[in-house]
Design a protein around this ligand. Sequence first.
Ligand code: GLA
Length: 416
Amino acid sequence: MRAHASDRLSEASTYNLVVLLVGANMVKVVVLPILFATLLFSTALGEKPKAEAFGKTAAGKAVSLFTLKNDNGMVAKVMTRGATLVELHVPDRDGQLADVVFGFDDVAGYESADNAYFGCTAGRVANRIARGKFTLDGKEYSLAINNEPNHLHGGVERSLDKVVWDAKPLDNKYGRGVRFSYTSPDGEEGYPGTLTVTVTYILPKKRNVLDIRYTASTDKATPINLTNHAYFNLSGHGSETIHEHVLRLNADKYTPVDDTLIPTGEIASVEGTPLDFRKPRKIGARIEQLAKTAALGYDHNFVLNEPESDDKPNLAAILFDKSSGRRLRISTTEPGIQFYSGNFLAGAKGKDGKVYAHQSGLCLETQHFPDSINQPKFPNTVLQPGEEFTSLTRLSFSTDADAAGKKSPASPKKAK
Ligand code: GLA
């Protein structure tokens, strides 16, 4: 970032004052190098992502887009509508960048019926609540039924994916990013309590990692479950299918569901089922066995194995695409992950005219278990006043070339 004229003036007068106080020699030997180092440091830190206009919602609200870049050429674009991840460009084994997430070119696309939660922050309660009902502190609450006969992803009009958030660009020792914040009024989409939520995306300068951090606080007890709903295709968005992607999940167990995709309450072993991804398996290898179920493929919550330590996010999933060599490793502080194989995608037209066909993208949604508010044996999702909810999900990208010890080129080529 360039220094302003006023900054340079104040630097000059500081210099004269220092010369008067400590003498010219001292200035040359000690003060100048310190000043120089400080200037260099502040230049390196001064690159907060800038807001760009992305368009307006149908209701006339301006939406901003922020571009985060790291020193390796990785790029993430995030917008204020739904605190959404819009683009994510990562290098393949030859350093070639591709955008590996689904999205639209404009706000109208995101507001259309084609948008199956692409890249958004889902909530207040991500995934399903059975029949849209729960009881908390003796009071029964009714929510919108937007996925017959259940409530899905926080509701219809004012769920977290649909509102426009405030944004604060960041540039700090962890990297460049944006902190989105939104205060949801008491009763919005039927949920109790005024809920203040933040979602922070950070791209470290030297590593191909995207961190997504969440915080939430409330003035009344209320259920929350926050996730990012990015659809990945590591060959690039718009590529044909994810059947050839190889997946490993750090989960011995999952939560079986009824035919409306609500957990039965049981926690079952993946052993002997098509849900066994304890060793890396091709997604397409057993997906047909699930084609006749209500989910039409994979759409299950996996119970993550206990973390080895509680000071680091726990390994959740490793996804690998042989054709590009890209590998995505997801770690999280959340107890579960929803693996959804894009079964309800039906050819929506997305960014750059790309078509998003059935099972051409997959979601790995780190989360608390679906319908936890009605399942006393699942980990708690009720946030109490005075508590702060925090959570971290880390998306780390590498390639098979890195793994083979050949580092991918420092400055990747531009995507075609
Ligand atoms: C989640 C659900 C799926 C589906 C998608 C959105 O992943 O589990 O059943 O509703 O969101 O289309």
